[in-house]
Design a protein around this ligand. Structure first.
Ligand SMILES: OC[C@H]1O[C@H](O[C@H]2O[C@H](CO)[C@@H](O)[C@H](O)[C@H]2O)[C@H](O)[C@@H](O)[C@@H]1O
Length: 623
């Protein structure tokens, strides 16, 4: 049985990433890319679907783990009755191959360790052909080959094969001061030679230097620096370095409802998620990531703008057909396990607003347009104008009826507004008269059709009677000021209908009296959506409700797991994380809320160097 989601930590090499449990087991890893088939898929089934466990053989009295300061190098300390062993896990920043390295150190006493390595390619389907061989340097290795993939395992001692269930296991003892290293390297099965081993003593400091130098660039200097940097590191770990694409999360099918069907594959680049990530990186000094993402975007959407998709593969791939892995039981039984994402074929008008807003922000930050980037925005504008008034699937990618979602309409306004600003402020060429007229028409339309007098709020969609947390973005996007009485009233309805303690649901998944069909076309029930809570923090801060903003933000920080990570959603009743993990949405929203709280409390804060004295993880977990 896989662990609770919050018991995992992430290691990565900006090509792919692995989840390591508090039990020392790597239960999720896809190689060579984020969206490649899993080589360890125990997370979505059981141990026999592939995992790599390294932990004490006997009783463990406690486990403590942390990232090595501002890096993605994980340290897990296992305390046992006979001593304390430390496992250091990391993925060296890549040159041409993919490695996972695990170092065991005995901190004190003596500890009997156990390693179990179960390698399965293609999401648990392929039991590979395993051999003991020697690499080019004559060192012993175990190689596993299946289809296009091969891996080799090195270390001392190497595990023994158990032919009954195709596991490899070994036990060994470490005494205080002793150290053992293990590594697993992925390579194409067509390579005839086994790659030589990389030296952990070189790779560890090199990997640490990479992450530290990246973290040092973060401009945020307020009381929440530790949490902001951890979130920024997580976003960087979700970036596919060769192309600049950013995945929404490194996992698929971690359920939004335990045992439920709301299981989706997030190992792709959503224009929405990536645009929001880019904005948050730009706000904190990461210009080169912003430029790389812009290039990814330009390449991905190049071609006929009519064919614009709302998500792409990490290298810009368009075919992301959704299918299910029926041989996997799903995370703690939540079936199906989905690969690919059918949302790629949806119409989501808000995406135009998010993309044009992020590119506007890049311009404001001094990233110049080039021969490709402004013509592309003009093409996006033409494309939007050909469909701007159609009903769509909305930000939440509903699989029910298409509607005029108020948030989508607002983001159409954002798209037009940023185009107008490009001409007015940056002197770029464009049909500004037309855009300005349409922008003002859409504004008026939302104020009329999105507003419901009886409810006293902007509703989820035109003609509806329920609310949606996405409307909290109105002041942030510049659509209405935070003290506008219609927004203040909408915020009150959202607090009443969707808020429970620090948690905010994105919308109600229950059918209503007025509308018998659940808006998302799925069976009811899901967790609270963490990004929505961070939006509320920001809305409070913008409305001058500083104390409420700070209090809510501190409570939300308390929901982060012991190493500062957040999933997409939270199960309020069971006090557990839900959904794909860690999710870019949650972390980018944390960064943006931290900035809002910091500057709302003291407008000159946020850029002033000072010591981090904010609350730590897990310290404010109250409802
Ligand atoms: O709620 C149903 C939809 O759920 C997923 O979409 C969510 O994740 C996306 C990636 O983070 C995000 O952009 C979107 O706003 C979220 O609602 C899933 O990917 C969809 O296929 C599914 O219909």
């Amino acid at each position: 049985m896989p662990l609770p989601i919050e018991n995992y930590a992430l290691i990565g090499d900006t090509h792919s990433a692995a989840l390591v449990g508090t039990d020392g087991s790597i239960d999720w890893l896809c190689l060579p890319r984020f969206d490649s088939p899993g080589v360890f898929s125990a997370l979505l089934g059981g141990p026999s679907d592939g995992h790599w466990q390294l932990c004490p053989a006997g009783e463990v009295t406690s486990v403590h783990r942390r990232y090595r300061d501002e890096t993605m190098v994980l340290e897990t300390d296992f305390v046992t009755p006979t001593g304390r062993a430390r496992v250091i896990d990391f993925m060296p920043v890549r040159d041409r191959r993919a490695d996972v390295m695990r170092v065991v150190e005995c901190v004190d006493g003596t500890v009997e360790m156990r390693m179990e390595w179960v390698i399965r390619f293609d999401y648990g389907e392929i039991v590979p052909w395993v051999q003991r061989r020697f690499d080019a340097d004559g060192r012993p290795a175990i190689t596993a080959i299946g289809g296009p993939d091969a891996v080799c395992l090195r270390g001392d001692p190497l595990p023994e094969h158990d032919s009954t269930d195709h596991r490899h296991t070994v036990e060994f003892t470490v005494a205080a001061g002793e150290r053992r290293t293990f590594s697993m390297t992925w390579y194409p099965s067509s390579d005839s030679t086994v790659p030589t081993v990389h030296d952990a003593d070189e790779q560890l400091p090199r990997t640490e230097r990479f992450w530290r130098s990246w973290a040092r660039k973060c401009k945020y200097r307020g009381p929440y620096r530790a949490q902001v940097v951890r979130s920024a590191l997580t976003l960087k770990a979700l970036t596919y370095e060769p192309t600049g694409g950013i995945v929404a999360a490194p996992t698929t099918s971690l359920p939004e409802q335990l045992g439920g069907e709301r299981n989706w594959d997030y190992r792709y680049c959503w224009l929405r998620d990536a645009s929001l990530t880019l904005r948050s990186m730009l706000d904190h000094g990461y210009r080169s990531e912003a430029k790389a993402w812009r290039s990814w975007l330009l390449r991905s959407v190049a071609g006929d703008p009519e064919d614009l998709q709302i998500l792409y593969g990490v290298a810009g791939e368009r075919r992301l057909f959704e299918w299910t892995v029926d041989t996997l039981d799903g995370y703690q039984g939540a079936k199906p396990v989905r690969i690919g994402n059918a949302a790629s074929g949806q119409l989501q008008l808000d995406v135009y607003g998010e993309v044009l807003d992020a590119l506007h922000e890049a311009r404001v930050e001094g990233i110049k347009e080039d021969d490709f980037s402004w013509p592309l925005q003009l093409a996006l504008a033409d494309n939007l104008l050909s469909k701007w008034d159609q009903p769509d699937n909305g930000i939440w990618e509903v699989r029910g009826e298409l509607r005029h979602f108020t948030h989508s309409r607002m983001m159409v306004w954002v798209a037009l507004d940023r185009l107008v600003q490009a001409v007015e402020r940056s002197g770029l060429p464009g049909d500004v008269e037309r855009w300005r007229t349409m922008r003002d028409e859409v504004h008026e339309e939302i104020l009329t059709k999105g507003w419901n007098d009886e409810v006293g709020a902007f509703t989820q969609y035109y003609g509806g009677s329920t609310v949606d947390a996405a409307v909290l973005l109105m002041p942030q996007m510049g659509f209405l000021p935070a003290d506008d009485e219609r927004f203040v009233s909408t915020m009150a309805v959202i607090e009443r209908e969707l808020r429970d303690g620090p948690f905010v649901k994105r919308y109600s998944t229950e059918p209503t009296e007025a509308d018998k069909t659940a808006v998302d076309g799925l069976s009811p029930g899901e967790g609270a959506f963490l990004m929505c809570s961070f939006w509320l923090v920001r809305a409070y801060a913008m409305a001058g409700r500083t104390e409420e903003a700070t209090e809510l933000f501190d409570q939300l920080l308390g929901l982060c797991n012991d190493v500062g990570l957040l999933a997409e959603e939270y199960d309020i009743e069971r006090n557990r994380m839900l959904g794909n993990f860690p999710q870019a949405f949650s972390h980018l929203a944390l960064i943006s809320a931290a900035q809002a709280v910091t500057t709302a409390g003291a407008p000159d804060r946020g850029r002033v160097p000072e010591q981090s004295d904010g609350p730590g993880y897990g310290e404010h977990h109250t409802r």
